[in-house]
Design a protein around this ligand. Sequence first.
Ligand SMILES: Nc1ncnc2c1ncn2[C@@H]1O[C@H](COP(=O)(O)OP(=O)(O)O)[C@@H](O)[C@H]1O
Ligand SMILES: [Mg+2]
Length: 245
Amino acid sequence: MIILDNVSKRYQTRGKGWFSAVEPLSLHIGAGEIFGLMGYSGAGKSTLLRLINLLERPDTGTVTVAGQDLTAMGAAQLRQARQNIGMVFQQFNLLANRTVADNAAFPLEIAGWPSEKIKTRVAECLEIVGLQDRANHYPVQLSGGQKQRVGIARALAPNPQVILADEPTSALDPATTRSVLECLEDINKRFNVTVVIVTHEMSVLRRLCDRAALLHQGRLVETVNIENGMIHAQSEIGRELVRED
Ligand SMILES: Nc1ncnc2c1ncn2[C@@H]1O[C@H](COP(=O)(O)OP(=O)(O)O)[C@@H](O)[C@H]1O
Ligand SMILES: [Mg+2]
């Protein structure tokens, strides 16, 4: 579903030349996987995630999602292709002056869906995330976990094959973390949506992921398998991360 081939990203820093956030790396993520990106703060996890939908354009390499090479596309084609890739953010990024339903409707409005279809699809998505009774509430009236489930409904609305989530539970307490992870898992199982999730929390990896890539200082150190809540890290840094948990 996702093929990263030799992708890399550098940033220009003030006075200190170029900083390499992601060294050239290749990664394949299968359809229907829940795939983690793990590593310490600053490792390049968010940058790598944003390379998948070209929010960051790679300096080298190609990004192929669902058989389409995003790096070869022009702006209009890329906008279209991004309909197939939902994104969920740590700080939810909801619009405060819009209701829950209107937040979830936002990407569909942008994509020019007719209003009747938007209504039906939004109702469906709010039901999937368990917020059908909150449709007319505003974000300020919701708990953190509910806000994130609105974020997930919004990501899901255009019916994407892929959802990218950047630390979706890092702003939440353990109980609401659970509800958000269950929601992502449910969407993965029911609709076979491929999920890529950035997290520094080993508990999230154990609970949710099939495999994860370990990043350290912009390098892909290893890809680890996760079975029955066991993270099978081989590298020194991987074992350290698991041990610290
Ligand atoms: N827009 C940017 N400009 C300059 N440096 C950046 C930018 N975005 C990220 N970085 C740097 O790249 C490195 C990796 O960042 P990031 O991908 O956010 O790491 P992580 O998500 O693993 O914490 C960090 O050192 C960060 O400071
Ligand atoms: Mg990050």
